[in-house]
Design a protein around this ligand. Sequence first.
Ligand SMILES: [Zn+2]
Length: 75
Amino acid sequence: MRTAGRAPEDAEWAAHEAGAATGLVWAVVTTGIHCRDGCPARPLRKNTRVFDSRAEAEAAGFRACKRCGGGGAAG
Ligand SMILES: [Zn+2]
């Protein structure tokens, strides 16, 4: 079974909603994309998983968001 990240903690989600930098990669299970902090896409929390790195998110099958370029360091 592939890793699917973890659910965001309350403080992490609050920071993300406020547009603050969390340093996390935000993946959306319903769309299969991952986003950076501040992306205008605002999925429901229940559909969101966080990863510590872009590589982990992509290894789990998520692709970079076209709107924000995806979370984590590029490349
Ligand atoms: Zn995005």
